[in-house]
Write a new protein. Structure first.
Length: 226
């Protein structure tokens, strides 16, 4: 019996051709106006930071206007923050109550952006932090108590897989927050396989420890890969 054909790698051609896109960071930290690392840098207690979710309504958030702006600027894709390191999800999830649909906003902002972007012919990327300062156990506990590591990584993989199941038509999964593990620690091969079983076309960056379909230098420019 002939061996099954090897899976086809997702094509990066559209991404290379697109060249210019819009990257949006927005979340609870926006209420404080001091950047997405504010909880960590200012040592804000977990309970105090979580209370921001009851003030976060996004009354002026307009996904259609955002995507119209991208189109007017000649941008070809939008990457939107689904969850930064603070752990607050801007989409509906069954895995946590710390999300925009179960707190004051009562809205799935990611769904709004995906729908608006696709309606305008824009490609869509979802930024998602592997780390979370809100969820327990966190990465520190996973390092300090090896018995919790499997639980921590299991929950991360479940979160990433749930996200792509909710939005299987998106084009890019933009990992971030990879510390303190390498690819083996994150079970990155399994991670990519699980999301591509849902969305085989999906491009993934290299911030889960694997090389990725494209590089994401930060604070500097690198030469293109051959």
């Amino acid at each position: 019996m002939a061996a099954p054909p090897a899976p086809t790698a997702p094509s990066v051609d559209w991404f290379v051709a697109a060249r210019y896109g819009l990257f949006v960071h927005w979340g609870l930290y926006s209420l404080l106006g001091r950047g997405e690392w504010v909880r960590n840098r200012e040592g804000i207690p977990r309970r105090d930071y979580a209370a921001l979710a009851q003030r976060f309504r996004g009354e002026r958030f307009d996904a259609a206007q955002l995507c119209d702006l991208a189109c007017a600027a000649g941008q070809r894709y939008v990457v939107f923050t689904t969850m930064h390191h603070d752990g607050f999800r801007l989409y509906h999830t069954e895995l946590s109550s710390f999300c925009s649909t179960k707190t004051a906003a009562g809205r799935d902002f990611v769904a709004e952006v995906v729908a608006a972007a696709q309606a305008r012919g824009l490609r869509v990327g979802l930024y998602h932090s592997l780390n979370s300062w809100h969820d327990e156990p966190d990465a520190v506990a996973a390092l300090e108590r090896p018995q919790t590591r499997a639980r921590f990584v299991d929950r991360t993989l479940a979160r990433v897989e749930e996200l792509i199941r909710r939005f299987p038509g998106v084009d890019v999964l933009w990992y971030d927050g990879w510390w303190p593990f390498d690819a083996a620690g994150w079970r990155a091969t399994e991670m990519n396989a699980r999301v591509r079983a849902i969305a085989p076309h999906l491009l993934c960056n290299g911030r889960n420890g694997l090389p990725g379909d494209f590089a994401t230098p930060e604070g500097h420019l690198s030469s293109p890969r051959p």
